[in-house]
Write a protein that binds this ligand. Structure first.
Ligand SMILES: C[S@@+](CC[C@H](N)C(=O)[O-])C[C@H]1O[C@@H](n2cnc3c(N)ncnc32)[C@H](O)[C@@H]1O
Length: 388
């Protein structure tokens, strides 16, 4: 659905699957078996492999090898369980979204795995199938990208007008890449916060800051960013933190937020975290059966997501006004000993700097601040900290 850029889109999320999307999700399961056959003697072990992979993907112990998907039994389990469930979730999400993709457009997909996002887009967005598009799919594991490319063309046909470039590499190095009209990161940030204790919000928000920088560097000036994560508390928290950090780079939340103000559901044990749940009645019956066999029955699917796009009214360098709203008070930062609170479109700001500079502003005074990209959050108040 097209929306005016300044409007809050009036979009109903997660509509039921159209019959042809449902059929495609069912047929892709058979195609996966055909393109990646499992020798008969390993078939019986599939539910166990899936259960083990699930334990590995959801444990917080960091006991996972970086390229776990290059292990054949895990790749097979991912292709038969995680890929179809992620496709189901995405196919419920993507149809009503305005994605800023036109003929000749480019899409960078971070942590692409078996090309789940391009596949979901092909299945759920027939309006895009005829457009020549270029996808740059980045992942640190080459074998999973190769499997995804094989599956994509087996499904979409060799004459599909989408050009898929797979790039083996890390997200952190992706910033050198060309800017895209749409940058997606689906089910990948949860791999990065694995190992961060639930109570350590500082590390989580630092991670969000780093990822927001990468996302904004990869996105064209008029582009969009789509982040989708499993609907678990830390994912919701990182999405809310990303939402705030992306504002700094000039990207405003478009969905699911019906406003651009502070997120009322930041999670972190204090409030609900932002996530959505929907039923799995329309999921392929073979997938539901396999999930039950693996001891992972699924009645509901959940996700957290954020679609953000350039704020046209922001100046190019994204300078924004901050109004001083408090006196000077002592803070516990190592570098500066004093701060003041400011109010901004990005929420509460902790303004720090030399005491003399802080004192130059009247209470109620306003100044323009240009983000450096190095801003952090104050662990105590959660306020974005800027240095003047
Ligand atoms: C859970 S899978 C998600 C794959 C796919 N996006 C999906 O939704 O099914 C996470 C993927 O991110 C990749 N990944 C994790 N950290 C990465 C990093 N730092 N750089 C590049 N790829 C990374 C992994 O190799 C894996 O393929």
């Amino acid at each position: 659905m097209k929306t005016e850029r300044n409007d809050i889109p009036n979009v109903s999320l997660f509509p039921p699957l159209e019959p042809d999307i449902r059929r495609s999700l069912e047929s892709i399961l058979a195609l996966i078996d055909q393109v990646f056959p499992i020798p008969r003697r390993f078939r019986a072990g599939l539910p166990k492999d899936i259960a083990e992979l699930s334990r590995l993907l959801t444990s917080n112990q960091g006991d996972r090898n970086e390229s776990y998907l290059s292990k054949p039994s895990f790749l097979s389990g991912y292709l038969r369980y995680f890929l179809p469930w992620n496709l189901y979730r995405l196919c419920r999400l993507l149809p009503p979204l305005s994605l800023n993709v036109e003929s000749g457009g480019t899409i960078t997909d971070l942590g692409s795995g078996p090309l789940t996002f391009p596949l979901a887009l092909w299945i759920s967005r027939p309006d895009l199938r005829k457009l020549p598009l270029e996808f740059r799919c980045i992942d640190r594991t080459g074998s999973v990208l190769d499997a995804g490319k094989k599956l994509f063309y087996a499904f979409a046909g060799g004459d599909a007008p989408w050009r898929i470039k797979t790039i083996r590499g890390s997200l952190e190095n992706a910033v050198k890449g060309t800017k895209a009209d749409l940058v997606s990161a689906v089910n990948v940030f949860n791999e990065l916060f694995r190992g961060i204790p639930h109570a350590d919000q500082r590390s989580l928000t630092d991670l969000a800051g780093k990822q927001a920088r990468i996302l904004s560097k990869l996105t064209a000036e008029s582009g969009s960013i789509l982040v989708v994560e499993p609907g678990v508390p830390q994912s919701g928290e990182i999405i809310t933190a990303l939402r705030g950090d992306l504002l700094l780079y000039g990207y405003a939340p478009e969905l699911p937020c019906p406003h651009k103000g502070l997120c009322p559901f930041p999670g972190g044990g204090k409030t609900k975290w932002c996530h959505f749940a929907f039923d799995t009645r329309q999921a392929p019956p073979a997938l539901l059966k396999l999930s039950a066999a693996a001891g992972l029955p699924k009645e509901r699917a959940t996700l957290s997501f954020l679609l953000a796009r350039t704020i046209p009214e922001y100046p190019k360098k994204n300078a924004f006004p901050i109004r001083i709203v408090s006196d000077i008070f002592p803070i516990s930062s190592k570098k500066f000993r004093y701060g003041r609170y400011g109010c901004s479109g990005l929420g509460i700001i902790l303004v720090t700097g030399p005491q003399k500079t802080l004192g130059k502003h009247e209470s109620g005074g306003v100044f323009m601040y240009t983000p450096t990209g190095q801003e952090q959050r104050d662990p105590k108040s959660g306020a974005l900290t800027v240095v003047i």
